[in-house]
Design a protein around this ligand. Structure first.
Ligand SMILES: *[C@@H]1O[C@H](CO)[C@@H](O)[C@H](O)[C@H]1NC(C)=O
Ligand SMILES: *[C@@H]1O[C@H](CO)[C@@H](O)[C@H](O)[C@H]1NC(C)=O
Length: 193
């Protein structure tokens, strides 16, 4: 009887619990886009729902975005910044239409999404997400970070104007290791979510 605690199965469960705890608090998080159960046209009551939502969350490598929608009625595309501004649906970077689309952040940068349905982008069914290392989200960079051609994006990571070039090497290794560990943990758990 007393041997239960030493059985491999028990240890495995303990390890799994630990991993899930870590996963949910540190490594990766799955965000339901807009905190909504349906990715779709914003309602007139809240036309900026997606841009507001992304502005008040911060995202890092290993996190993922979950878009839920009826597959016959909508889709998700990842587009370039220019296509995002122009609502150009042609030649998306990524096209997902299975109704349960998970986008995994695997790099730092800015990611632009909209609906693949004609007309939806114009009605603000779109959002962009900047991923960073958790501390990079600095609104004070906003006004100077972007050329004045983009007045509608007030906040963006400070990485756009090249910073004085000396600072990153010492930090990039731990960040990379964390990203790799995070991705592995996320990938291991992916099947269980
Ligand atoms: C993200 O990861 C999940 C599970 O690991 C996978 O099912 C899904 O296809 C990935 N999404 C993309 C866009 O590659
Ligand atoms: C992480 O964020 C800090 C604060 O903005 C920044 O100085 C640093 O360069 C970032 N590190 C990496 C590897 O991007």
């Amino acid at each position: 009887m007393a041997s239960l605690r030493s059985t491999p199965r028990y240890q495995f469960l303990l390890a799994l619990q630990f991993v899930m705890l870590v996963q949910s608090t540190v490594w990766c998080y799955q965000y339901k886009v807009g905190d909504l159960d349906a990715w779709g046209l914003p309602t007139s009551a809240n036309p900026q729902v997606y841009t507001k939502w992304s502005k008040y969350h911060s995202f890092k490598i290993g996190d993922s975005l979950l878009f839920l929608y009826p597959p016959s009625q909508d889709s998700v595309i990842q587009v370039t910044e220019q296509s995002y501004k122009d609502c150009n649906l042609k030649d998306p970077i990524l096209y997902m239409n299975n109704g349960n689309s998970l986008f995994n952040f695997t790099a730092e940068g800015v990611f632009y999404f909209t609906s693949g349905e004609p007309g939806h982008c114009e009605k603000n069914q779109k959002l962009y997400i900047a991923t960073g290392n958790g501390t990079a989200y600095s609104p004070s960079y906003g006004p100077s970070a972007l050329p004045d051609s983009a007045p509608s994006y007030p906040t963006v990571f400070g990485s756009i104007p090249a910073p004085p070039s000396s600072s990153s090497p010492s930090q990039s290794v731990p960040v990379l290791i964390m990203a790799v560990i995070g991705l592995v943990v996320c990938a291991l758990l992916g099947g269980n979510l």
